[in-house]
Write a protein that binds this ligand. Structure first.
Ligand code: BGC
Length: 753
C-alpha cells in the first residue's frame, strides 16, 4: 500500500470519511481504492469482540473469550515478562478473530482510591504504570496486532468524565500524569493512543494540541494514530488540527461533513487532513501486512495462562502465626459468596464474556475437602441474618475460616466513582462475627481498589486477589494451599481511611473543574512526606519465604549510575522477590518527594539461592521537571539510592554524588537574593566580599567586639534572603548603588562567558 499515492488519489470527502468509524467497531473502507476496514475491540484484559451477527447485540454480548486479571491485579506482579506473555496471548486471540487493534491498556494514575475505574488502571506511581503498560503493549504487538494506550490524558475520575477539566500545573503534569504514558509510548510504541473524554486545563483531550501533537508526537515520537474515546469528540475540526486522527464510533457522517466544509472554506488545512489519513492508513497497512490468516487460539491454554498470571499477582498482606499456607488436614471452611461466584472483573467496556469462571470452592477440590457457607448476599448492603448465622456456626465448628469478600459491581464500575472506601456492611459484619468465634480467620479480597478494613486486627491472614480474572479461584487456592508462593506487591497505597488520601479535599472537584492541588504528591509521595501511618504501603507484600539483601554497589558516571544488589532466599521454600529501587534527592532547590520508584525487577530464587540484580539509572532517574526551562533538569549533588522490599521497608542504601552538566539559565539583577548568588560558583566571591565589608562595618560600630568566623557565618545566614540592593540601605550608603550595579554586571558577564 503506497499511502502517499493513495491519499493523492482521494477526494476531500473520501479523506474526511477515513477520519471516523464505519460503525462502533470498524474503521472505514474506501472500496474504490482497495482500502479495507479494520476491526477494533476492547480490551484491555481480554477480547471483547462483539458478535455482530447476534440478533440482539448489547454491551455484554461479545464472543466467548478469556478474562485475564484486570490491570489493578496485573501491576502487583511487578513482572514485565508475565505481562508481556499475557499480551502475546491477547494478540494471538486477536489474530484468530481478525481484530486489528485491541483497546488498552489504560495507564492513568490512581489519583484517588475511589475512582470507579481504578480496576482498569495500574498504579499510583507513573514509573510502574508506564513500564507495565509498555510490556502489555509489546506483548500484544509482537503478534502484529495493535494496542490503544488509553485514556490520554488525566482521566482520573469517572464523575463528569465527559466534561470535567482536570486543572494540573506544568510540573505535576509532566512528573506524574504525562509520565504514566511516556515510557509506554517511547518503549512500547503503541500503534494507537486513545484520547480521554475529559478536558485538561480547560481544553478537551480530543482537541488538545499540547498533548496530542507537541507532547505525544513531537517529544515522544509517537507515529501511530490517535483515536477518540467513544464519543469524546467535541469539535471535530479543531480535533483534526490538534492531532486527533480517528473519531470513534461513527458520527453518521455529520462530523466528516464538517471536516470537508472546513477544508473547503480554508479554516482547516488540507495538510492536517492528509496527515490524519496518513496516520490511520499507516496502521491499516500494518494490520494488513501482519495479518495471520492461520492463527488459532486455544481457550483452554489461555485459561491456564490466566490462572498462572493471577497466581503471580496475589498479594499476601498479613500472615500472622503463619496461618497460610493452609494445613490440608484441618477442617477448612470457605465462607462468602465470592468463594463460589467470585467477582473477577469490573463492569463497563472491559467486561469480558468469560467462557468459564473458576471459583475457589471448585478449585479447592484439588487440595482438600472444604465446607462452604454463603455468608452474605451481593445484591444488598445489609446483612442477611440467616446466611450470617449459618456462616458463623460453620466457622465455629471448623479449624480455620477463609472468608471471600470484597466489592460488588454496585460499589465500583466504569461510569461512576465510589462515594466512600468502605466494603459492604454485610461483609464487614460477617468478618467481624466470624473472627469472634474463630481465631484462625483469613480474608481473601476481590476488589478493584483499596478498602477500609475495620476488622484487620481481628484476622490472622489477608490475601488481596483484586479482580483476578476468570481463573481467580484456581490462583487463590494455589496460594492458599502453598502450591504457589505469593509474590505480588501492592501497586498502590492502602490508606487507613479515605480522608488520608492527598486528593481528598479536591476530589471529584466542583462542577466541571477539579484542581489537582496535591500536585506531585500523589500516593506514597504524599504519605511518605507527611510520615503518615498507612494500612499497607506501596510495594508491600509478604512471601512464604524470607529474602536477604547484601552487596549493594553503586557506580556513577555523571548523571548515570549502575546499581547492583545480591538477594538470597534464606527460607525453606522457593519464591519470587520484587526488588524495588527508589531514589531520593538529598538536597534540592525544589520540593521533591522523599523517594521515587526508579527501578524494579522480579526474580525467582530456590532456598539458599542468591542472585545479583542490576539496574541502570539514567539522567531521568535523578531529574525533576523544571517549569523555568520547561524541561527535565538534573541538579548536581548527593542522591540516596535505596533498595527496598516496599516503599516503607528500605533494606540497603547508599549515597552517591551525581554530576550534572545541566545549567539553569540565570540572570542576575539587583533584586537577586544573596543566598541564590552564594550558590553560583562565579558569584560566590562577590558575595564573600560583600559579607566581609558588611562585617567590618559592623565591627566599627560595636567597637570592642571581635567578629570571628562564626559571626560571619551568622551574618551570611541573616543576609541570604536579602536582595542585593538592600545592602545599600543596610550599610547606610557605604555600599553604593553603583557598587551593586558593578557586581550585577560582573556576575552576568561571568555567567555568559
Ligand atoms: C471507554 C473506553 C472503551 C470504549 C469502547 C469507552 O466508553 O472509556 O475505555 O475502549 O468505550 O468500548
Amino acid at each position: 500500500m503506497d499511502i502517499k499515492k493513495l491519499i493523492s488519489e482521494m477526494t476531500i470527502e473520501e479523506k474526511a470519511s477515513l477520519c471516523s468509524g464505519a460503525d462502533f467497531w470498524h474503521t472505514k473502507a474506501v472500496e474504490r481504492l482497495g482500502i479495507p476496514q479494520m476491526m477494533v475491540s476492547d480490551g484491555p484484559h481480554g477480547l471483547r469482540k462483539q458478535d455482530l451477527t447476534a440478533e440482539n447485540p448489547g454491551v455484554n454480548l461479545s464472543i466467548e473469550a478469556v478474562c485475564f486479571p484486570s490491570a489493578c491485579a496485573l501491576a502487583c506482579s511487578f513482572d514485565r515478562d508475565l505481562i508481556y506473555r499475557m499480551g502475546q496471548a491477547l494478540g494471538n486471540e486477536c489474530q484468530a478473530e481478525n481484530v486489528g487493534v485491541i483497546l488498552g491498556p489504560g495507564a492513568n494514575i490512581k489519583r484517588s482510591p475511589i475512582c470507579g475505574r481504578n480496576f482498569e488502571y495500574f498504579s499510583e506511581d507513573p514509573y510502574l504504570a508506564s513500564n507495565i503498560a509498555a510490556s502489555h503493549i509489546k506483548g500484544v504487538q509482537s503478534q502484529n496486532v495493535g494496542t490503544s494506550l488509553k485514556h490520554f490524558l488525566a482521566n482520573n475520575q469517572e464523575n463528569r468524565r465527559m466534561s470535567v477539566s482536570a486543572e494540573i500545573d506544568e510540573r505535576t503534569l509532566n512528573e506524574i500524569y504525562f509520565a504514566a504514558f511516556e515510557t509506554a509510548v517511547r518503549e512500547g510504541k503503541p500503534w494507537t493512543v486513545m484520547c480521554s473524554y475529559n478536558r485538561v486545563n480547560g481544553v478537551y483531550s480530543s482537541e488538545n494540541k499540547m498533548s496530542l501533537t507537541d507532547t505525544l508526537r513531537d517529544r515522544w515520537g509517537f507515529d501511530g494514530f490517535v483515536v477518540s474515546d467513544w464519543g469524546a469528540v467535541n469539535d471535530r475540526v479543531k480535533g483534526v488540527a490538534a492531532g486527533l486522527d480517528l473519531e470513534m464510533p461513527s458520527s453518521g457522517g455529520v462530523n466528516d461533513a464538517k471536516i470537508v466544509e472546513a477544508v473547503k472554506n480554508g479554516t482547516l488545512s488540507e495538510d492536517a487532513l492528509n496527515k490524519a489519513c496518513e496516520n490511520v492508513l499507516g496502521i491499516v497497512k500494518k494490520y494488513l501486512d501482519g495479518r495471520n490468516e492461520n492463527a488459532v487460539w486455544d481457550k483452554e491454554a489461555d485459561h491456564r495462562l490466566a490462572a498462572e498470571i493471577a497466581s503471580q499477582c496475589m498479594v499476601l498482606l498479613k500472615n500472622e502465626d503463619k496461618i497460610l499456607p493452609l494445613d490440608k488436614n484441618k477442617k477448612i471452611a470457605f465462607i462468602g459468596k465470592f468463594a463460589d461466584e467470585p467477582r473477577f472483573q469490573g463492569g463497563g467496556s472491559s467486561h469480558i464474556n468469560a467462557f468459564r469462571v473458576t471459583g475457589a470452592i471448585a478449585a479447592a477440590a484439588e487440595y482438600a475437602d472444604v465446607s462452604y457457607a454463603q455468608g452474605y448476599r451481593t445484591d444488598e448492603d445489609a446483612a442477611d441474618s440467616e446466611l450470617l448465622e449459618e456462616a458463623v456456626r460453620l466457622a465455629e465448628s471448623s479449624d480455620v475460616a477463609v472468608i471471600f469478600a470484597g466489592l460488588t459491581d454496585l460499589f465500583e464500575s466504569e461510569g461512576f466513582d465510589r462515594s466512600h472506601m468502605k466494603m459492604p456492611e454485610c461483609q464487614n459484619e460477617l468478618i467481624r462475627r466470624v473472627a469472634q468465634v474463630q481465631s484462625n480467620t483469613v480474608v481473601v479480597l476481590h476488589n478493584g481498589s483499596p478498602v477500609e478494613m475495620p476488622w484487620i486486627d481481628d484476622v490472622k491472614g489477608l490475601v488481596e486477589a483484586y479482580l483476578g480474572g476468570q481463573a481467580v479461584g484456581e490462583a487463590e487456592c494455589a496460594v492458599l494451599f502453598g502450591k504457589v508462593n505469593p509474590s505480588g506487591r501492592l501497586a498502590e497505597t492502602f490508606p487507613r481511611k479515605l480522608s488520608d488520601n492527598p486528593s481528598y479535599l479536591n476530589f471529584p472537584g466542583e462542577g466541571d473543574r477539579v484542581e489537582y492541588r496535591e500536585g506531585i504528591f500523589v500516593g506514597y509521595r504524599y504519605y511518605d512526606f507527611r510520615e503518615m501511618d498507612v494500612l499497607f504501603p506501596f510495594g508491600y507484600g509478604l512471601s512464604y519465604t524470607d529474602f536477604e539483601y547484601s552487596n549493594l554497589s553503586v557506580q556513577t558516571d555523571g548523571c548515570n549510575a549502575e546499581v547492583s544488589v545480591t538477594v538470597t532466599n534464606t527460607g525453606s521454600v522457593a519464591g519470587c522477590e520484587v526488588v524495588q529501587l527508589y531514589v531520593h534527592d538529598c538536597e534540592s532547590s525544589v520540593i521533591r518527594p522523599v523517594k521515587e520508584l526508579k527501578g524494579f525487577e522480579k526474580i525467582e530464587l530456590k532456598p539458599n539461592e542468591s542472585k545479583t540484580v542490576s539496574f541502570h539509572l539514567d539522567r531521568r532517574s535523578f531529574a525533576f521537571y523544571s517549569t523555568e526551562i520547561h524541561d527535565w533538569f538534573v541538579e548536581s549533588g548527593d542522591f540516596e539510592i535505596m533498595i527496598g522490599k516496599s516503599s516503607r521497608d528500605i533494606v540497603l542504601s547508599e549515597t552517591v554524588n551525581i554530576k550534572s552538566d545541566d545549567k539553569m539559565p540565570y540572570i542576575c539583577t539587583s533584586n537577586s537574593t544573596m543566598g541564590d548568588l552564594m550558590k553560583i560558583d562565579c558569584a560566590r566571591k562577590y558575595m564573600d566580599k560583600l559579607i566581609d565589608e558588611y562585617s567590618r562595618m559592623m565591627q566599627t560600630e560595636s567597637d570592642n567586639t571581635e567578629l570571628g568566623e562564626s559571626t560571619k557565618l551568622m551574618m551570611e545566614h541573616q543576609l541570604r534572603d536579602n536582595p542585593l540592593r538592600v545592602m545599600v540601605s543596610f550599610s547606610d550608603g557605604a555600599i553604593t548603588h553603583e557598587d551593586i550595579d558593578n557586581i550585577v554586571k560582573s556576575i552576568n558577564d561571568e555567567l555568559n562567558r
